[in-house]
Design a binder for this molecule. Sequence first.
Ligand SMILES: Cc1ncc(COP(=O)(O)O)c(C=O)c1O
Length: 479
Amino acid sequence: MDQSINPSDPLANPSEFKDVIELVSREALVYLEGLDTRQMRSPDSDTVADSFAAQLPEEGDGAVAALSELLGRGLEATVTSAGPRFFHWVTGGSTPASLGADWVTSVLDQNNGGWDAAPLATKLELVSIDWLKDLFALPSDWSGLLTTGATMANFTALGAARQWWSEQHGIDLADQGFGNLPAPQVLSSGWIHVSARKALGMLGMGRSAVQTFSADGVGTIDLEAMEAALVALGGAPSIIVGNAGEVNAGHFDPIDALADLAERHNAWLHIDGAFGLFARISPDYAHLAAGIERADSVIADGHKWLNVPFDNGIVLVGDESWLLKSFSAGADYLPDPDAERPAYFFLGPEMSRRARSFTVWATLRAYGRAGYRSMVERCVGNAQHLARLVGEDSRFELLAEVPLNIVCFRYRPSGASAAELDDLNQRLGEAIMADGRVYAGTTRYGGRVALRPAFVNWRTQESDVELLMAVVQELVDGL
Ligand SMILES: Cc1ncc(COP(=O)(O)O)c(C=O)c1O
């Protein structure tokens, strides 16, 4: 190494950016070209990850050394979740356009708090929100913003709902706190996602503020019981959380019926559509999510079915003023919240913000409505294909219908007790992950341990689905 270069000082190495960009783009291409066949997780991943435990270096080795370590042995401790055979949780990949835009986001390093610091990012967030409303067939006068994911999107939208609820009681909660407010009333079906509860906890309303109305032991809404509870409130404000795409089997609450209840009983209707909102893109599945246009707020995840890189969530609201009242925080050095040019730090929890709009804009610009419609339909087709394969093998049983993109099923050899079936399926999930050809884990559905592969990655094809089923069929023989 040139003796004049001090690797601990980036200023002393003028070619470091060039070296890093060349290294990363070279290695990234190799990685991306192998993504479709790469093992999902190395058996050494835990050991390799642990091997990164080290003291803070007194002297650095420079960027190329650091990144070589990350892209060298570091890769062994990663999971191939960007690829087409990751079916665990609900995890999308990154389209080429969004991946490129994500790199640009870091190169330009804009602070998308507001127009003053980031005019392009701010404008593209406005445009992206408009395009998303169009894509999801939602009213054009709605407003919205991008967050880190669906949990923070639920937090943001429920923050707006909380503000509405408090002002119904004559109190500006963002300003005065909970004060003399009564206990919040939040109603949902058994499909409510844990992130909505978490958001309610973070908002000070409490995870256990949620009353769920379901009588079937699985989660399906009991509308009559919910309406009876609303009637008992006697017109006092409440918040209904509707679920468009439940995480274990992809179920939908009847949103139109919830909108009727909300209208009749003075409730804010919030919809968690983390992935289910995308059903509205396809004429074949839009009916599942009908009525969301009547809600007060809805959220979705960009890093799920939009297939933009982590992290990315979407909040859409009918009346932006509730976001502003809940989240705006002015200071002398910041723009005026009423300024003509918007500032997103007034609409959500973050002040400094990553320019997440670059990836959203780029992917929508690149693939348009038609591209997203076929992505959604391909994923649903993959789910239906898997459901068919499961149905053809009598050793397996579907635990739920497949409304959209998740297949909830289990191994069910004859003669096994309920406890044995749970144990077998638990071990099957572990065996799939250890095997490394595909990635899918377990859940509990109606109290029973089950597999629940989810399809949202744009790259997944029927051959990947067939490999998943073949791996499952092979592994059950060894249980
Ligand atoms: C229905 C639903 N809501 C919210 C979330 C939370 O999303 P995130 O992990 O992006 O915060 C998920 C995640 O799977 C989900 O399925």
